[in-house]
Ligand binder design. Structure first.
Ligand SMILES: Nc1ncnc2c1ncn2[C@@H]1O[C@H](COP(=O)(O)OP(=O)(O)OP(=O)(O)O)[C@@H](O)[C@H]1O
Ligand SMILES: [Mg+2]
Length: 281
């Protein structure tokens, strides 16, 4: 049974069709990356799956059970890092965590233990008494991530979690996602750093304009284009051609008088191909 099953999800905002009927599933313990250009519908999908959007067409199942936005049993399984920080600015770091814990039914010593654990995990212990509004952008992000983990969710949604993080913190977040996977947690993340998705995810769903345009493991998706890319640096821009072997790419490279480069296919190539943003030779 899938951890999450999404069936023909549609969502309109006025006359904007944000989701035009998408279906996918996520296995238990899987890390799934939702990729797509701005406005593709990633955040809308995550908001529906986490109960933040109440009206939509289609169905969502968690562990085979139909999801209603008010279903507390399912919501307690879910942790959410929204794209835009939604901290209570007037409250301290500690109070933000405490409030979240209370909302999820934690209290007393159990809650204090969890607060200390997530503060340590996020490297935020020394900032416990600071007002959220006074934190730096990266620290706010870390607090939102810490908060999402407070009630020990089984399924974690991370909507562009690494935006605004410095390189060291970003790396520690990657390690952290890998650790979640080894603990058997299910993770759904979005990112515009495609190499992040390549590194972290078992499976990728690429969306564009409210539809799913490609789906598979990073390896499968890259393999669908070929293994090597010939880049031809023309005065009009970089043009690309895909080959199954380096030798073929090199042979073709000799045909051009422009500067060329042969390299391995990466997930960004796949992304650009399926979202139609690049010219070809
Ligand atoms: N509350 C809203 N009201 C009106 N339109 C909305 C609302 N939320 C999203 N949209 C529209 O729905 C479409 C999908 O938006 P969504 O935020 O899901 O995209 P996204 O894939 O998360 O993009 P990004 O990478 O920029 O975060 C966009 O056209 C957006 O303008
Ligand atoms: Mg978004």
């Amino acid at each position: 049974m899938s951890e999450i099953e999404v069936v023909d999800l549609k969502k309109n905002f006025g006359n904007i069709e944000a989701l035009k009927g998408i279906s996918f599933s996520v296995g238990r313990g899987e890390t799934l990356a939702l990729l797509g250009p701005n406005g593709a519908g990633k955040t809308t999908t995550i908001k529906i799956l986490t109960g933040l959007i109440l009206k939509y067409e289609g169905r969502v199942f968690y562990r085979g059970r139909l999801f209603y936005p008010y279903d507390r049993r399912i919501k307690s399984l879910i942790g959410m890092v929204p794209q835009h920080n939604n901290l209570d600015k007037e409250l301290t770091v500690y109070q933000n965590l405490k409030l979240h814990g209370l909302l999820f039914g934690l209290s007393g010593k159990d809650l204090e233990i969890r607060i200390d654990a997530v503060l340590d995990m996020a490297g935020m212990r020394e900032h416990k008494a600071r007002k959220a509004d006074y934190l730096s952008g990266g620290m706010k992000r870390r607090l939102v991530i810490a908060r999402a983990l407070l009630h020990e969710p089984e399924i974690l949604f991370l909507d562009e979690p690494t935006v605004g993080l410095d390189p060291a913190v970003r790396r520690s977040l990657w390690d952290f996602v890998v650790r979640l996977r080894t603990e058997g947690k299910t993770v759904i993340l979005t990112t515009h750093y495609i190499e992040e998705a390549d590194m972290l995810s078992d499976r990728v769903v690429i969306m564009d304009r409210g539809r799913i345009v490609a789906e598979g493991s990073p390896k499968e998706l890259k393999g669908s284009l070929g293994r090597f890319v010939l880049e031809v640096h023309t005065p009009q821009g970089i043009k690309e051609e895909f080959f199954s072997s380096r030798e073929e790419a090199i042979a073709m490279a000799k045909e051009f008088s422009f500067p060329v480069r042969v390299r391995e296919v990466n997930l960004e190539d796949v992304f650009l191909r399926y979202t139609g943003r690049r010219i070809e030779v």
